[in-house]
Design a protein around this ligand. Structure first.
Ligand code: ZN
Length: 275
């Protein structure tokens, strides 16, 4: 009995495969005919050839913090504003291109919708079913209609990891072209190296501070021999900290040359002065 059931199910599967193959071959036959002889597909190809749309380029951002404090303190918005300092030119030009796509697409759709010669062929479709032919023609028309990039946005993903790289938290936000352009115009308000828009400046300072990863802290401590670079204090009670030689608020960056080891007491005395 079991053998019979097994044989039957194998036969059923084989029939299924055979039917699928036959249907596929039939579709292929119809599509070949249509691609060669359908008048409306020919018109669509001619319209397509006249339009050049800009491709979609991604400016999505991601960063991993190995320090939970910075991960909590820095928002995706802060991170985007910071990065826009360096990529704003390319981003603006990409937004411009996507807007051009939208205008072009309106014209394209208008032309595309005027196509009317459905079911008309250069040669008579011998032995082909008319219903199937019309259905396949609609399908191919849809498939060959261009679908250019029409939306621009930037997704920012921030990760929080252990110092060994193991990621255990994540946050993500997406920004529209209008939001991005608003940030870019606020980034234009500058006085020398400083941004005069408070919110923009605060975002940039937060991200700059967050660039000192735990990994970097340890290598700065090691470079300075685990000693305060002002008073030479070392050991458990010195409470060593990382100090920005030129403070971030004065335009300093989180680079190796601008970072030093100070004990808590020297760091407090130094404050935001440049020594
Ligand atoms: Zn000290």
């Amino acid at each position: 009995m079991n053998v019979l059931a097994a044989v039957l199910s194998i036969i059923l599967v084989l029939i299924g495969v055979a039917v699928t193959v036959l249907l596929y071959q039939r579709r292929q036959k119809y599509d070949r005919f249509l691609l060669q002889h359908s008048l409306c597909l020919k018109t669509l190809r001619e319209i397509n050839a006249r339009y050049r749309f800009f491709p979609c380029v991604s400016f999505d951002q991601q960063h991993t913090y190995d320090n939970e404090y910075f991960f909590n303190n820095i928002s995706c918005e802060d991170y985007l504003i910071y990065q826009l300092q360096f990529i704003k030119k390319d981003v603006s030009s990409q937004i411009e291109k996507i807007r051009t796509n939208r205008q072009l697409y309106a014209n394209y759709t208008e032309e595309r919708n005027k196509i009317s010669q459905f079911g008309q062929f250069q040669t008579a479709p011998d032995k082909l079913n008319e219903q199937v032919l019309l259905k396949r023609e609609q399908h191919l028309l849809k498939k060959q209609t261009l679908a250019p990039a029409m939306q621009f946005n930037i997704a920012v993903t921030l990760y929080c990891s252990k110092i060994n790289g193991y990621v255990y938290r994540r946050k993500r936000a997406r920004f529209t072209d209008a939001e991005i352009l608003a940030y870019i115009s606020r980034l234009e308000q500058k006085n020398g190296n400083f941004y005069t828009d408070r919110k923009i400046w605060n975002s940039i300072c937060r991200v700059e501070r967050g660039k000192v990863s735990n990994k970097m802290r340890f290598s700065i401590f090691a470079r300075d021999g685990y000693r305060c670079r002002i008073c030479g204090a070392s050991g458990k009670f010195a409470r060593l900290e990382i100090d920005h030689i030129i403070p971030i608020a004065k335009g300093g960056r989180s680079t190796y040359n601008n970072l030093q080891t100070l004990c808590h007491s020297c760091n407090t005395k130094k404050g935001s002065k440049i020594l």
